[in-house]
Design a protein around this ligand. Structure first.
Ligand code: AMP
Length: 485
């Protein structure tokens, strides 16, 4: 995979990419940017979520001359939502270069858009109908629009816009460079491409077939703002032995790492901006099982081949089905079963569907606490604290961890609850520290107003109780007793 700078983009664009924390081009970007930078026409078969906006946007912004006050780039979109989304992305990518991007779409006052066009606009992103309207009112002039993109062309076809698209194209210079992006290639779109594109380079991101049947795969719809809190909830419910949480950018990696750490979770971050030394340190700690949760970007996690990873959590939807397959291939190795949970925002349901279609899978909705705890049991740990026999201890010294394949649990009551600002993750963390327990050992945590309940393996319960006084919970010493059941 080339780096962004190897693609020959201007420094101001590279700086903007570094501002948003993209580490490397997504597959569609790596394939589309070089021909577009050479001035060739491109037909890109890619769906939303693949990073296609930057795939055509970066070469377009690279081409645009900020000192020329004319519309030099035009992006046609089928819908208002896509128009706004593309505009925001192009403004971000072009911010350091001082590129003015104007959005024109229906359902909003045309006068405001006319005023914006009079004031400038190096690049115009617009819905087909509104662009046509503004042209007929002489508010939009396309004679210098030499870089033209048709985004989601198949959607334009479905909405019956092809004729208008052709009219608009005929008003742009014949020397223009044209890119057409479409998730599917029906014959009408092919015909359009044949007519309006010159010797185009076809770019298609191939979807790898999913070869990870041992992974149970779930999807979870979460609004952007609630993602971090939901992740904590998922981790509490799933209790992974080891999990990799994938995020799209270095910045998000750092942010999420801090959020989880502040919630008391034992977590480390791994991304490309870290020094090689600290990356190695994190990798080793994860491989040795000392780090249960790793928040990582795709690039940084490449090459991590860890058989003990029980969970892959896609905090951000992957940029392509391939990336999805690559990510979840990290779990379910060596005959073990793994779980992969993909978070998606309501507006990303199409991205998710694209992944499902291309990877030939169907994600089940994730449900809290539906997870049956794995029966695999770790060997008993050395006892650091003398375990006093307890009133509630089982009569016959079974002390056994397994009964009918299940771990025998003991319910504990812990002083402190919501009123003390305690959250389930705090209880899990404190009990794990006290008992030197693994990720899945603390179960069924319930935080009430003044106290909390949790269950731990019976064999570990006395040790947890004995060590509680040496452990902090909510800023004071933890007090734990067996719960009367
Ligand atoms: P798009 O398919 O263009 O709508 O992009 C989908 C999402 O991927 C957007 O949130 C982009 O910010 C993000 N994105 C695009 N390119 C990259 C990249 N190279 N690395 C990380 N994230 C990216």
């Amino acid at each position: 995979m080339p780096t962004f700078s190897e693609l020959g983009l201007q420094d101001s664009l590279l700086e903007a990419l570094s501002d948003v924390g993209y580490e490397e081009p997504s597959p569609i970007q790596a394939e589309s940017i070089p021909p577009l930078m050479e001035g060739r026409d491109v037909i890109g078969q890619a769906q939303t979520g693949s990073g296609k906006t930057a795939a055509f946007g970066l070469p377009m912004l690279n081409y645009v001359d900020a000192s020329e006050h004319e519309v030099q780039g035009l992006v046609l979109t089928p819908t208002r939502e896509l128009c706004i989304q593309v505009t925001q992305a192009l403004r971000t990518y072009g911010s350091r270069k001082g590129i003015d991007v104007v959005a024109v779409f229906g359902g909003a006052p045309i006068r405001t858009q006319q005023a914006q066009l009079r004031a400038g606009g190096h690049v115009v992103v617009g819905t087909v109908g509104r662009v046509k309207d503004l042209i007929s009112r002489h508010s939009l002039v396309l004679h210098s629009a030499r870089f033209v993109v048709l985004d989601e062309a198949d959607e334009m076809l479905d909405l019956g816009f092809l004729e208008d698209v052709e009219k608009i194209l005929s008003l742009t210079p014949s020397s223009r460079q044209t890119a057409l992006f479409s998730a599917t290639m029906p014959k009408e779109i092919r015909r359009l491409a044949d007519k309006y594109l010159y010797d185009p380079e076809h770019v298609k991101v191939q979807a790898a077939t999913l070869s990870v049947d041992t992974v149970e795969q779930y999807g979870l719809e979460v609004p952007a703002k609630e993602k971090a809190a939901k992740l904590v909830e998922v981790l509490e419910s799933e209790r992974p032995e080891q999990a990799i949480v994938f995020v799209r950018t270095k910045i998000r990696c750092d942010q999420l790492f801090k959020t989880l750490r502040d919630k008391g979770l034992s977590v480390k971050a791994l991304h490309g901006d870290m020094s090689q030394g600290s990356r190695d340190g994190v990798m080793i700690s994860f491989k040795e099982g000392r780090t249960p949760i790793l928040v990582a970007t795709d690039v940084a996690a490449r090459g991590l081949d860890i058989s003990s990873v029980t969970h892959v959590l896609n905090f951000d939807v992957p940029t392509s089905p391939d990336v999805y397959v690559h990510r979840i291939g990290r779990t379910g190795r060596a005959g073990r079963s793994g779980r992969a949970i993909t978070f998606y925002e309501p507006r990303q349901s199409r991205e998710l569907q694209a992944i499902e279609n291309h990877a030939g899978i169907k994600l089940s909705p994730w449900v809290k606490d539906a997870h049956v705890a794995p029966t695999a049991v770790k060997p008993s740990k050395p006892r650091r604290h003398s375990a006093k026999p307890h009133d509630d201890a089982p009569a016959e010294g079974t002390n056994g961890r397994r009964r009918n394949g299940k771990v025998k649990l003991r319910k504990l009551i812990i002083a402190g609850g919501r009123a003390d600002g305690i959250e389930p993750s705090d209880v899990i963390h404190a009990l794990r520290v006290a008992g030197d327990l693994g990720g899945e050992d603390v179960r069924n945590v319930r935080v009430l107003e003044r106290f909390s309940f949790a269950e731990v393996p019976d064999a570990d319960a006395d040790r947890v109780i004995g060590a509680a006084a040496d452990t902090e919970l909510g800023g004071s010493k933890m007090v734990v007793e067996p719960a009367r059941t």
